[in-house]
Design a protein. Structure first.
Length: 471
């Protein structure tokens, strides 16, 4: 059973709404989001640009030039538009890394390089949906993982409980495993930061969702169970379920291990494997689509609420469109200023440019959400349950009260519900939080950016003028 086939009732232990699910594909929040994910596979079958000559997905194309990155960007855009950019961890995220990881695998050493290559080949061949989990539960950041484990905390991260001839037993937890309940497999690894004494936590591996001992505990849904989809147009279809993943003594076979007990390699894995830069490319393309959708919504609100003639509103919309264009241009710039790696076998986007996009997109998305909230304000707050329009006694009166010269009542309600879902509902706030932190804290990204920025030409000009002044 795979995500591609749409049947995930394979015995995986998924916990939702206080209980363990016996049939994942009977729960509306999962059914609707899965339907959106599966549209990718339909798109692949119908759009020639989405498949390579050998029949595999364009997502698995090994980029050898800037033109190849552009081809992949178009594929990422098409997938993102299926959810208006609201689903951040669709199959193309990890797939963008799968496309290149075999070329970087040698850095992992034997036998792990062979494991990675075999895994990547299988993902391509079976067209699997791989999600990932990298964040450890927030316990006590003043202590190392090994210190927390010594204190008796077995769930501060994922650690090696026992080594066996054919694999390892792991125990622990990862948080914010986005879309994990709907994936075929989870890629588990650490961000940089392990200390030398954290050998037990130095891991990178892949595990199927139905592995014995795997437990996926979902957060609360963003849409009430009894609500009408017309009242929650985004929440109802694109609730990208986040989860805590617990490893209750899970066996990981040797062939699924990519890092095991090597702290230095664990800290280097994300970047050294090629995953960091290529998943960043996909992620920022998806972010552009989402920003475009939100910007168009702000413009539509201004038009339909009669605000478009005000100079201040025009300036606000201009700021949004400028932000959107700058982000679009930066993503293209990351492609055309990329470079070859792996002895000329992989063309890699410019990570410094992608970091600039990542650091800016958070504030740009925040700005458009604030504009949507300001424009819709009282209009969105006052929209009744959509089923009210069908009420025998009050439906006609409500329709008359909410109809305007620009919109009839139902059109107005749908637009206001969309604005509310983006800017104020629990779905909208989760989306805002996701954009702010999923790629790392913008504070850290900005600090990292200036520390790694090439300012040699600027420094040379400074040195020249200072020397000139001393003559």
């Amino acid at each position: 059973m795979t995500t591609k086939n749409g049947n995930l009732d394979d015995g995986r232990a998924v916990y939702f709404a206080g209980g363990k699910l016996s049939a994942l594909t009977e729960v509306p929040v999962f059914v609707r989001t899965l339907a959106t994910i599966q549209k990718y596979y339909t798109l692949r079958a119908e759009d020639p640009e989405m498949s390579l000559s050998d029949g595999t997905s364009t997502l698995f194309k090994l980029p050898r030039s800037a033109a190849d990155l552009t081809t992949k960007r178009r594929a990422y855009e098409k997938i993102a538009r299926l959810s208006y950019g609201m689903l951040g961890r669709t199959p193309d995220f990890v797939d963008s890394g799968v496309a290149v990881v075999a070329e970087y695998a040698s850095v992992l050493g034997a036998p792990f390089a062979a494991h990675v290559k075999k895994w990547a080949s299988r993902v391509v061949r079976e067209d699997l949906f791989v999600s990932h989990a990298i964040q450890n539960p927030q316990k006590d950041r003043s202590k190392s993982l090994s210190a927390l484990l010594a204190d008796g905390d077995e769930f501060a991260g994922v650690w090696i409980k026992e080594r066996l001839p054919d694999g390892v037993i792991v125990r622990g937890a990862k948080q914010v495993s986005t879309l994990a309940p709907l994936a075929d497999e989870l890629l588990i690894f650490n961000l940089p930061g392990l200390l030398p004494e954290d050998e037990k936590f130095a891991l990178a591996f892949v595990v199927p969702l139905d592995a014995p001992g795997m437990k996926t505990i979902c957060r609360k849904p963003t849409m009430p169970d009894d609500a009408d989809l017309r009242d929650y147009p985004l929440s109802g279809s694109f609730d990208e379920m986040d989860a805590v993943t617990i490893f209750d003594d899970v066996f990981v076979p040797n062939e699924a291990l990519f890092v095991c007990g090597d702290v230095a390699m664990s800290n280097a894995f994300f970047e050294a494997s090629g995953l960091f830069v290529h998943t960043a490319h996909q992620d920022e393309v998806r972010g552009v689509v989402k920003l475009e959708f939100a910007t168009a919504l702000a413009v539509r609100l201004a038009e339909k609420l009669g605000l478009i003639g005000f100079a201040r509103v025009q300036e606000m919309l201009g700021e949004l469109s400028v932000n959107l264009e700058l982000i679009r241009a930066a993503v293209v710039a990351s492609e055309v200023t990329g470079h070859l790696e792996c002895a000329g076998r992989v063309f890699t986007p410019n990570m410094q440019t992608l970091l600039a996009v990542r650091a800016s997109l958070t504030s740009y998305y925040d700005e458009v959400v604030r504009v949507i909230a300001e424009f819709s304000s009282g209009s969105a707050v006052g929209i009744p349950d959509f089923r009210t329009f069908e009420h025998a006694e009050i439906g006609t009166l409500v329709s008359s009260a909410l109809t305007s010269a620009h919109l009839d009542a139902k059109e107005r309600a749908l637009l206001m519900n969309l604005a509310w879902d983006v800017s104020a509902s629990s779905f909208g706030q989760r989306q805002r939080t996701y954009e702010f932190l999923h790629g790392g804290n913008p504070f850290v990204i900005k600090t990292q950016h200036w520390l790694t920025e090439d300012l040699s030409a600027g420094s040379a000009m400074l040195d020249e003028i200072l020397r000139t002044c001393q003559r």
